[in-house]
Ligand binder design. Structure first.
Ligand code: DAK
Length: 262
């Protein structure tokens, strides 16, 4: 299906999803969320896709937050449903069976930072700006930001950012451990595609297993997490990829993974 508020491109097993409302700095409204929800289902069902990249259309913003125009017209109950909708969709993004990279190419404010935080990791342009400014609108983050930011950068840094509503630039987000890499604005997509390509070339079953184990183990105690890893390790050993990978090593050649979920 075709979308109006996002663009979904698929090339060589790598999907790139653009938030596409550049005139509103890609702000998240209900229509965009509905399309994002459908696009994530499509990405999950299409097993030829190995990595998903999220970025913003235009040169200025990843996502400048929830659509304040739409938000200002909502009743508290509509606000509750909107917040729940965003939480569910970002949880779906976080739990996708394939790796996801946020390529943050500009403003990632409020819901924009929350979208990026729901990805597996973030690469940022040197022009990127992060922040959870909801407090200055008389609100609090409503799409999981209070939880994901605190888990990633620690409670105290998250409190400082959320209580003040101050934005931070890419280099500070790097120092906080919020982003993995800062790139020049021009080379951001090139760097992201390089990393995505490297991941896409690995064994498909192992890639998905590693994602699942880290995702499910993150909120478990160490022993439970290791047990989850244990079971997944056994399953990956039974895959065609594992047979090919180990044979290739012993035969001193490069593995030729078939990319089948077997
Ligand atoms: N919503 C709607 N339109 C937006 C927007 C947004 N978040 N951000 C920017 N725009 C629009 C601007 O209104 C402007 O439209 P026109 O005037 O051209 O029609 C256009 O995008 C270009 O923006 P600017 O002219 O302002 O561009 P500048 O370069 O001067 O400034 C800026 C860029 C990112 C610093 C500025 O646009 C800005 O401060 N934007 C708002 C950032 C922000 O506060 N975002 C909201 C974060 S809070 C909840 C649900 C969700 C949330 C919370 C609770 N519940 C249901 C309870 C989450 C809320 C958030 O995301």
């Amino acid at each position: 299906m075709s979308f109006e508020n996002i663009i979904l491109e698929i090339n060589d097993g790598i999907a790139t999803l653009f938030f596409n409302r550049p005139k509103a700095l890609n702000a998240l409204n209900n229509a965009l969320f509905d399309e994002l929800d459908q696009a994530l289902d499509q990405v999950e069902e299409n097993t030829s896709i190995r990595v998903l990249i999220l970025t913003g259309a235009g040169d200025k913003a990843f996502v400048a937050g929830a659509d304040i125009v739409e938000l200002s017209r909502m009743s508290p109950l509509q606000g509750k449903y909107f917040s729940r909708k965003g939480q569910k969709i970002f949880a779906k993004l976080e739990a996708l069976p394939i790796p996801t990279i946020a390529a943050v190419n500009g403003y990632a404010l409020g819901g924009g930072s929350e979208a990026a935080l729901a990805c597996d990791f973030i690469y940022a342009s040197e022009k990127a700006v992060f922040g959870l400014p909801e407090i200055s609108l008389g609100l609090i983050p409503g799409f999981g930001g209070t939880q994901r930011l605190a888990r990633l950068v620690g409670k105290n840094r998250a409190k400082e950012l959320i209580f003040t509503g101050q934005n931070i630039k890419a280099d500070q987000a790097l120092e906080y451990g919020m982003v993995n890499r800062v790139c020049s604005h021009e080379s951001l997509m090139e760097e992201v595609l390089k990393t995505a390509g490297m991941m896409a070339s690995r064994g498909k079953v192992a890639l998905r297993s590693a994602k699942e184990v880290i995702h499910h183990g993150a909120n478990a105690d160490l022993e439970t997490g290791c047990r989850i890893e244990n079971d997944a390790f056994g399953l990956t050993m039974a895959s065609e990829d594992a047979e090919e990978g180990t044979s290739a090593f012993l035969e001193k050649r490069k593995p030729a993974f078939k990319g089948e979920l077997k």
